[in-house]
Design a binder for this molecule. Structure first.
Ligand code: 1GP
Length: 250
């Protein structure tokens, strides 16, 4: 499979399950994730990320039948072995290290990586919206944001940086649907991801109707496996928005 094809496929993914290398995931829950119908797995987290933890989770899900995207959230998460590499940069980070510094550090150490790697890289412009989340604390995010400020960050992502993905990150809490709708409506070329607090199908359906892709994290680790499958079904029951992914990025 060519790496480009994975990037094209991302344009059709509506439900992603994010697995955290630093959190336990027993066999029953992993089996539940794999049969949930989710479009792809994202391996990523904020705390306790080490190359060993990332490699171990990648090895666990290798050959599982689902595409695996590694979210390279810090230099320590930069490990080969995924189908795609989602690279976040936090637009509203108070510490510029998370806007570009971590990336510069990682690429200084891995400067000899091949073209095939770059063919599998998808930058993600993060807008961190839950001030109590680990990612907000780590990045010293300027959050919460007014809808106007969030929309403006979205416009920076799409219009100035040409970001293929704008990720509205409420990690750990359910977001403000009106703010999410306003940012998503303002974007026409970037694909809009929503993540945070999706713990039941109703919430999955509400956000899926507003954005391109819904990301579910905590539920995969802590919820009943059947509930994750219900969020997938709920996402499938919506049509969502339509960004011009295939023209603009793949
Ligand atoms: C976290 O956006 C994801 O990066 C998912 O959030 O864990 O709250 O589902 P939750």
């Amino acid at each position: 499979m060519l790496a480009d094809t994975w990037r094209e496929r991302l344009g059709g993914w509506r439900h992603l399950t994010k697995l955290d290398p630093d959190r336990p995931l027993d066999g029953r829950r992993l089996a539940g994730v794999l049969r949930s119908g989710t479009d792809a797995l994202v391996v990523g987290g904020t705390q306790g990320i080490t190359p060993q933890a990332v490699r171990s989770l990648l090895e666990r899900v290798a050959g599982c039948g689902l595409p695996v995207a590694l979210e390279v959230s810090s230099p320590a998460a930069l490990v080969l072995g995924a189908d795609l590499y989602l690279v976040p940069f936090v637009l509203n980070a108070g510490d510029p290290y998370w806007l570009v510094g971590a990336h510069q550090q990682a690429l200084r150490d891995f400067a000899d990586w091949r073209d095939e790697f770059w063919q599998a890289v998808v930058p993600e412009a993060y807008i961190v919206l839950n001030p109590d989340s680990a990612v907000a604390r780590l990045t010293r995010a300027n959050a919460p944001l007014s809808p106007e400020d969030a929309v403006a960050y979205g416009r920076c992502a799409e219009g100035l940086f040409g970001a293929p993905v704008v990720y509205l990150e409420y990690s750990g809490c359910y977001g403000d649907a009106r703010l999410v709708a306003r940012v998503a409506r303002a974007l026409t070329r970037s694909r809009t991801f929503y993540g945070g607090g999706i713990d039941r199908p109703e919430r999955a359906a509400e956000m899926a109707a507003l954005v391109d892709t819904v990301v579910v994290g905590n539920l995969a680790h802590a919820g009943e496996p059947e509930l994750l499958a219900e969020t997938v079904a709920a996402v499938r029951s919506t049509t969502g928005r339509s960004s011009s992914w295939t023209r603009s990025w793949s």
